[in-house]
Design a protein around this ligand. Structure first.
Ligand code: HDE
Length: 682
């Protein structure tokens, strides 16, 4: 569209200005002549109620906000596509899985759980991992998390869990944090939370990037083929960049350095054409296998280890388009776990059943209308029609006399309207019997064995991080009986865990909690550890490069090229953004030192002349830059001139620290072995 320049009045009486673009109009199409001044009785007189343009603008602004999500309020979205790589028509009649190479558009939203919409990106928290597939048979919403289990077994406990973790009811704090009395009071009274809790205390809950998180459907679902044969299924997302995490001190400091660390990282990667990818994998099993397991597949606090039921990759998700508008595509995006397509069905997981109600219900409260499905980001991309009519903000103009079904008006030559189809979604047939009861199945009873398996599967360094996270959280709990009760659960999971956390707090270990189901040894699963499968790669990782006036431009260019050749990116940092005069040219820095702490990067490098290094050594921001990178177990590169900064900060050379030559290789890793030298972990 060519945008004609138009004339508008500006600040002072009589002045006009030519501005590009279409003229502004009211929401009812009436052109504005002046968007700077309200209608007044004289230039210095009172404002007139008659000014319908002013009133409409303020009225609209006053109602810009809609209620944020009650949980998962803070999230980031991206559009993309799913490509089927290994069709499974034998298992499911869902068309998106029917042919190799078949593509389905989608939108993904990643979120934190506890904080509000304006809270930070890197607290210790479970992350939401929700994907809406716009299939040709309607929308399928796979609304999962980055942790494969959930805190509770029954939906009736969800409001209590969320009340307990959110800001405390009287004081209104803390925001986006589980380290407080009410959360630990609740979870220590609910032993079924212990499995998800140990995941949440591990490095899984402080992801390095949304692009580096696994995702899980959590519940057991069903796949159904066109003969009606059913299998149980668990869905898994595996990031092609590998699963990577932050260290705790880094994630805490990131909350000051960049509140939007994850959202920015996702947006910038997609804008740069560096599209994040995940494999979609399924664990498929039948009733016989389910019956043979020492836990219940309907219990969302349990996993099925990959070693028991292997993962089969069936497709790939690529996120390749950023949102155009945060409100329209993120705030108005509404997921419904009840959105399944023919070929996918629910199991009897009682947590899932509560969700089937809750999400539909919440959208009415957030989006204000039963017609939220007509909002572009929620609308199916296939035709849809039924006899549901009217309601607030209806945007369809339904035609014809018949708004009921069945009808026979077609005999009179009118449109008969939509009919139910035999090929449509049909719930898998299932015998159901039993007494009406609020009992919980005994098969859900074992709450300690799988947390023990998780603990035993971690590397020693991951165990130390996990035990230290419990210590951190419980050190913020002011009620001794809650601390003691929690310790008794940890001792029941594993005596070593219970003892280490108690030692870290400086209290005696507690006796294991009494239980009908003491922890059994279920062995270990290497797939549960992040560090055991941590990839050595620069892809998706960022190196911070500090330079100053007089630095050698050729060395900067060379290091940049080496890092980029391995798929990494370089962010340059200098005391002033410049352009600065360098040896061999001029350069502008991407960021200023005080505003670009090293927590923003996966590795750091310095290139500068000794006189500039001497000057910078007096700047606390520079010392913090290197000592934080050291403490966060990152690779560090230096030139001969900048080595003295490392000496001043007391940084000893190790495998990760050395000259800039070779940094592109070293920057592919974190240096876990360095940690005992610099941090006293539990
Ligand atoms: Fe949710 N959850 N949830 N949840 N959940 C919501 O729906 C709820 C649960 C999850 O990016 C709400 O639209 C109940 C498990 C994600 O928009 C709400 C129960 C899992 C998102 C709701 C659960 C999740 C939500 C809030 C216990 C992982 C963000 C706003 C039965 C499998 C979706 C909304 C987005 C959001 C209810 C448990 C994941 C209130 C009642 C288990 C990723 O309806």
């Amino acid at each position: 569209m060519t945008r004609a320049p138009y004339e508008t009045r500006t600040g002072h009486a009589g002045e006009t200005q030519q501005i590009g673009g279409e003229p502004l109009t009211s929401n009812h199409g009436i052109p504005f002549s002046d968007n700077q001044n309200s209608l007044k009785a004289g230039a210095r007189g009172p404002t007139l109620l008659e000014d319908f343009l002013l009133r409409e603008k303020i009225f609209h602004f006053d109602h810009e906000r809609i209620p944020e999500r009650i949980v998962h309020a803070r999230g980031s979205v991206a559009h993309g596509e799913f490509e089927c790589t290994d069709p499974i028509p034998d298992l499911s009649r869902a068309k998106l899985f029917s042919k190799k190479g078949k593509k389905t558009p989608l939108i993904a939203r990643f979120s934190t759980v506890a904080g509000g919409a304006g809270s930070v990106d890197t607290p210790r928290d479970v992350r939401g991992f929700a994907v809406k597939f716009y299939t040709e048979e309607g929308n399928w919403d796979l609304v999962g998390n980055n942790i494969p289990v959930f805190f509770i077994q029954d939906a009736i406990k969800f409001p209590d869990l969320i009340h307990a973790v959110k800001m405390e009811a009287d004081r209104g704090y803390p925001q986006a944090a589980s380290a407080h009395d009410t959360f630990w009071d609740f979870v220590s009274l609910m032993p079924e939370t212990m499995h998800t809790l140990i995941w949440a205390m591990s490095d899984r809950a402080i992801p390095r990037s949304l692009r580096m998180m696994e995702g899980f459907g959590v519940h057991t679902f069903k796949l159904v083929n066109d003969q009606g044969v059913e299998h149980f299924v668990k869905f898994h997302w595996r990031p092609r960049l590998g699963t990577q995490s932050l260290v705790w001190d880094e994630s805490a400091k990131l909350q000051g350095a960049d509140n939007d660390f994850h959202r920015r990282d996702l947006f910038e990667a997609i804008a740069a054409g560096d599209f994040p990818e995940w494999d979609l994998a399924v664990q498929v099993f039948d009733q016989e296998l389910a019956d043979s397991l020492p836990y219940d597949v309907l219990d969302a606090t349990k996993i099925i280890p990959e070693e028991v039921v292997p993962l089969r990759v069936i497709g790939k998700m690529t996120l390749n388009r950023n949102p155009d508008n945060h409100f329209a595509e993120n705030e108005q995006l509404a997921f419904l776990p009840s959105n399944v397509v023919p070929g996918i069905d629910f199991s009897d997981d009682p947590l899932l059943h509560g969700r089937l109600f809750s999400y539909l219900d919440t959208q009415k409260s957030r989006l204000g209308t039963t017609n939220f499905h007509q909002i572009p980001v929620n609308a199916p991309k296939c035709p849809y029609a039924n006899m549901m009519r009217d309601g607030m903000m209806q945007t369809h103009v339904h035609k014809g006399r018949a708004n009921y079904e069945p009808n026979s008006l077609d005999q009179a030559g009118e449109d008969p309207g939509p009919r139910a189809q035999t090929s449509g979604f049909a719930t898998a047939r299932q015998q159901v019997s039993g007494e009406k009861t609020r009992d919980r199945s005994e098969t859900f009873g074992d709450t300690y064995s799988q947390p023990r398996m998780y603990w035993n599967s971690l590397t020693p360094n991951e165990q130390a991080h996990t035990a230290s996270a419990y210590v951190f959280e419980l050190s913020k709990v002011s009620l001794p009986h809650v601390v003691e009760r929690t310790l008794s659960h940890l001792s029941a999971i594993h005596p070593d865990l219970g003892k280490r956390v108690a030692d870290g707090l400086g209290v005696p270990p507690a006796k294991p909690a009494e239980t009908k189901f003491p922890a059994r040894n279920l062995g270990t699963s290497d797939a549960l550890s992040i560090q055991k499968k941590w990839p050595a790669t620069l892809k998706g990782r960022k190196v911070g490069l500090l330079f100053a006036e007089g630095s050698d431009k050729a060395s900067i260019d060379k290091l940049k090229a080496e890092i980029e050749a391995e798929g990494g990116t370089v962010f340059t940092v200098a005391p002033k953004v410049g352009p600065l005069k360098l040896k061999g040219g001029e350069m502008k820095a991407d960021g200023q030192l005080a505003g670009s702490p090293s927590v923003l990067f996966d590795a750091i490098a310095m290139i500068m002349m000794p006189d500039q290094a001497d000057k910078l050594m007096k700047d606390a921001a520079c010392i913090a830059w290197v000592s934080d990178a050291w403490a966060h177990l990152k690779a560090i590169g230096h030139c001969p001139g900048s080595k003295r900064i490392l000496d001043k900060a007391g940084i000893e050379p190790d495998e990760g620290v050395g000259p800039n030559e070779g940094l592109a290789e070293r920057a592919k890793l974190r240096y876990w072995d360095r940690e005992p030298k610099l941090r006293d972990l539990a």
